[in-house]
Ligand binder design. Structure first.
Ligand SMILES: [Fe+2]
Ligand SMILES: [Fe+2]
Length: 283
């Protein structure tokens, strides 16, 4: 299978190589192998760390066409403003309309976890905003999911404990802004690249499966938000993954170490990879 996208992990919770930085955050650069253009999924958590990693990894920001925000949590949006300010050209910013709402977590106590900024903070000559709640195709073989229905009961855990404020009312946040990237391999199947997967991995797989021409799940890379998952959710997730039998699983960021170990035990070393900052994955 010829790779069409080369993904570089610019930020993640783990690092092996010295000189690169890790933090609780995610940023993935997706480089089109054909034309060299770049799509960035998320921007890391703290302001400049992702940019420092990108520089050491030789990322050419002049090739950046689009930034996709997987959702509005700060560990995915923290590097957005510094990156936009550094660009010398204008890029598209694809996000769900809820992504810039105020957001809060409740563990260990109520605290803000949103982007801490709004669209008006972005220089208009550097970023054109595309708020979208629907699926959006960015390339012939790559698209971004819209709102994913929460059909599987145990998957509601993936958005538990989050709050938002809408029209002056504090309410539970189902993280409707959650988006994943789908890479289609014609005649073969598809890859899923997730930010935090707050829609739930099972919900996300089933949603995408209904929308791709080739239904075979080839692999999953990204944050799976399985950290702290109940036994029932782990069992259901492992059952789904065993049934789908992807050839590659790269659980990073918020997937959870214990939970990743369970996946490793169930699916084996040929399937499960442990990726760090700086690793490159060709899909
Ligand atoms: Fe998140
Ligand atoms: Fe996250």
């Amino acid at each position: 299978m010829n790779p069409s996208w080369r993904i570089t992990i610019l930020m993640n919770n783990y690092v092996r190589a010295s000189g690169l930085e890790a933090e609780h955050g995610l940023a993935l650069a997706l480089e089109n192998v054909g034309d060299g253009s770049l799509i960035l999924l998320d921007t890391g958590g703290t302001r400049e760390a992702m940019l420092r990693n990108a520089e050491k990894l030789g990322v050419d920001w002049s090739r950046l066409s689009t930034i996709v925000l997987s959702h509005g949590h700060h560990d995915h949006t923290g590097g957005l403003l510094p990156l936009i300010r550094r660009l010398s050209h204008s890029v598209a910013l694809l996000h769900h309309p809820d992504a810039f709402l105020p957001k809060a977590g409740i563990r260990p106590a109520f605290h803000p976890i949103g982007a801490g900024m709004g669209p008006s903070d972005l220089p208009p000559d550097k970023a054109t905003l595309f708020p979208a709640a629907n699926d959006v195709r960015l390339a012939p073989d790559l698209w971004v999911t819209g709102e994913i229905p929460r059909k599987v009961e145990v998957d509601r855990e993936a958005a538990a404990g989050f709050y938002t404020s809408r029209g002056g009312r504090l309410e539970e946040d189902p993280v409707r802004d959650d988006k994943s990237i789908v890479i289609e391999k014609p005649g073969l199947g598809y890859y899923l690249v997730c930010g935090c997967c707050h829609s739930g991995l099972i919900n996300t797989i089933r949603y995408v499966k209904e929308r791709v021409p080739d239904k075979k799940l080839l692999g999953v890379l990204g944050g799976l938000h399985l950290i702290g998952a109940s036994e029932a959710r782990m069992d259901a997730t492992l059952e789904e993954l065993t049934k789908e039998a992807p050839g590659l699983l790269g659980p990073i960021h918020c997937s959870g170490l214990r939970e990743t170990a369970r996946i490793y035990k169930a699916l084996g070393p040929e399937v499960v990879a442990f990726y760090s900052v700086g690793d490159r994955v060709e899909l």
